[in-house]
Structure formats: C-alpha cells, structure tokens
Design a protein around this ligand. Structure first.
Ligand SMILES: C[S@@+](CC[C@H](N)C(=O)[O-])C[C@H]1O[C@@H](n2cnc3c(N)ncnc32)[C@H](O)[C@@H]1O
Length: 337
C-alpha cells in the first residue's frame, strides 16, 4: 500500500504501459486491532508491459472460464494465505499461490520463462512450475532462498504437485487447474534464433556445444540486438547468401544461455575483427535434420520484409523468428516441391 504509487510512477517514467491495476480483495483479512482505520483487506497488482509497442499476452477465454463464463474483473476475491502453504517455513510477506497462479495463467503460455527478482519464498516459482512454466528467482536473503528450495523439492513429487493443484483457491472445482494445464496447447511459439555459418564450417558444428553471434557495433559500443535475439530458446543455422540462396542447413540445438563477451578475435561479417560477440551455450551439440534443410522464405519467417530480423539475415547476422513460422515455412516448401 505504501509503495504501490511510487512503483506505478517509476514504471510510467521508464516507458512501461500500465495495462491493469488488479485489486486482490482478501476474503478473510486479519482484523484491525487498533480500531482507528478501515480493515486492511486489499493489495494491488500492477500489470504492465515493457513499452507501448511490445504486445502483451492475455488469455481472455481462460480467465472467463475461471469466472463462471463471465469476463474476469480486475477485482479478485481470493483468501489470504492458507497454513498448508507455509509448511516449508515462514516468509513474513508470502503471497498465496492462488493469486500468483491466476496471474501466470492469464499472462503467459506453457513453458514460458518467469522472473521474480524479489522472490522471497518463491510463491511465483511454485505457481509457475505447477502451471508448467519455467522460473528464475532472486533474493538477497539466504534464509528465504532455502525456503524456496524446500518448496521446490516438495513439488518435485508429482503426487504432492497434484494435491497442491487441487488445494489452490480460485478455480471452479478441484480438478480445474490440472485440466487447464493438461489441455493448454503445447506451445509452438518457441523463439528461434537463426545463426549464420559458412558452408565450409558446417561440419564442425556437430561436435560443438557453443556458437558465436557477432554483436552489432556502432561507435565502438556494443548495441543490444534490436531483434530480441537474447530471448531465443532454439538455434537453427543458415548458410549461403550473396549470389546464392539463403538456406537453413538442418542444424539445430536448444540454447542454454547467451552471454555477451568482449574482445573477440573471431572474424566479423566483412572479415574485420569484432570487439564484441555473444557466446551461445547449447544444451547439447548440434543435431541435423533433413526436415530443417530448405531455402529461406523471408516472407514466411518474418512479419514483413522490412522487419529488422529480415534485414539482419540479409547481412549474415543472427535473426529471431518463432518455431511456428519455421513450421509454416516448411509446409510451404513442401507444397512447392
Ligand atoms: C514481498 S517479499 C516477496 C515475497 C514473495 N512474493 C513470496 O510469496 O514469498 C520481497 C523480497 O524481496 C527481497 N529483497 C528486497 N530487496 C532486495 C534486493 N535489493 N535484492 C534482492 N532481494 C531483495 C526480500 O528479501 C524479500 O524476501
């Protein structure tokens, strides 16, 4: 209550667009013993997106389902934290799983990455994992991280995880949460990086667990990729270009991490020495699939030919697309063959 106004102000100053201010109305608030104020029974949640232009995701139909087929309002009547949620230790301001579960189901897709930089007992993480999303949490207090670890270990037992899904408030019945995640379509919206490799170096890929992206530089300073490439979860390789067609080579790998490194000696796109590069660590060595060998149709892989990613690709730089678009391009190629 005391800082929500400053948080809203700061978000606006940073260019975020506030989408909703949700009020969580506690159905069982603790009484106000002083009897000098109204009973504190609400908390506010600011839902914002990074800027005006970045689209957000809202699962309208699912929220309607949770609300007896009526549009979900921005006032959520949910109980305060239940004792079973504190079995792994107490965090002084731990939130209920019901609130975090609803936020996550409303605004993310299965397998999404969720970050809570003030994670405490990691209610966000437990809700995320119970809903089949991935999670990263940060906290400055080791004791709270230990609670988080215990909670995570607890739900690694699938029986416990299922029991929790039944206990979490805010669903029509005990089976609804499990049924929702069972039926959520497996995402084809995986972000895919397209990385350039010269034809004569392709052979070395299958024994390598790293790959390098040239960073874009201007005035001796590295620029973040305008393409959002750092969010990529999968890497596909392309080759060719200049007078030849640009082809996907069939090499693919899952990305573990992408880190900015300095003082590269690897050659830049025009064989110049680049100062900066991104080291892509892969979960495993590249694999090869004949299904992923086809000429790139930029219209299918990107929104439009002026898309920054399409331009990056013409310059042999890493570009970002989605798995869904890759699959569409394959269908198109097969249809033409
Ligand atoms: C409101 S609590 C989060 C509670 C959490 N949502 C839960 O359900 O358990 C905020 C957390 O932020 C942590 N914190 C505060 N300042 C921090 C900082 N600068 N860096 C990392 N953690 C910080 C605190 O230790 C505290 O655990």
């Amino acid at each position: 209550m005391h800082n929500i106004f400053s948080v809203g102000q700061i978000l606006t100053e940073l260019g975020f667009k506030i989408l909703n201010v949700i009020t969580w109305e506690k159905t069982n608030p603790p009484p106000n013993f002083s009897c000098r104020f109204f009973t504190y029974s609400t908390e506010q949640i600011i839902w914002a997106r990074k800027n005006e232009k970045v689209p957000h995701y809202y699962n309208y139909e699912l929220m309607k389902k949770l609300n007896d087929d009526k549009q979900m309002k921005d006032v959520w009547k949910l109980p305060a934290i239940a004792p079973w949620e504190k079995a792994c230790g107490k965090h002084p301001t731990q939130k209920p799983l019901s609130v975090l579960t609803r936020l996550i189901l409303a605004s993310t897709k299965p397998n999404a990455w969720i970050l809570d930089p003030f994670t405490g007992g990691s209610t966000t993480g437990i809700a995320a994992n119970l809903a089949n999303r991935r999670f990263l949490g940060i906290d400055q207090e080791e004791d709270f991280l230990n609670i988080s670890i215990k909670r995570k270990l607890e739900i690694e037992n699938p029986v416990t995880a299922d029991l929790f899904r039944k206990r979490i408030a805010g669903f029509i019945d005990k089976k609804q949460f499990s049924s929702i995640i069972e039926h959520e379509a497996p995402t084809t919206d995986i972000k895919v990086a397209l990385g350039f490799c010269r034809a004569n170096e392709l052979k070395s890929l299958t024994t390598s667990k790293t790959f390098y992206f040239h960073a874009i530089e201007s005035n001796n300073a590295v620029q973040d990729f305008p393409s959002g490439i750092l969010d990529a979860a999968r890497l596909l390789i392309y080759s060719g270009g200049r007078s030849k067609p640009i082809n996907l080579t069939g090499h693919y790998a899952e990305i573990q991490s992408i880190k900015l490194k300095h003082k590269s000696t690897i050659k830049g796109k025009e064989n110049s020495e680049t100062e900066f590069y991104y080291e892509v660590t892969l979960e495993d060595c590249f694999k090869e699939s004949d299904d992923l060998k086809f000429a790139i149709n930029t219209k299918k892989l990107f929104d439009n030919p002026d898309d920054k990613n399409s331009i990056l690709l013409q310059q042999f730089l890493p570009a970002l697309t989605t798995w869904e678009r890759v699959l569409k391009s394959i269908d198109e190629t097969n249809a033409n063959a």
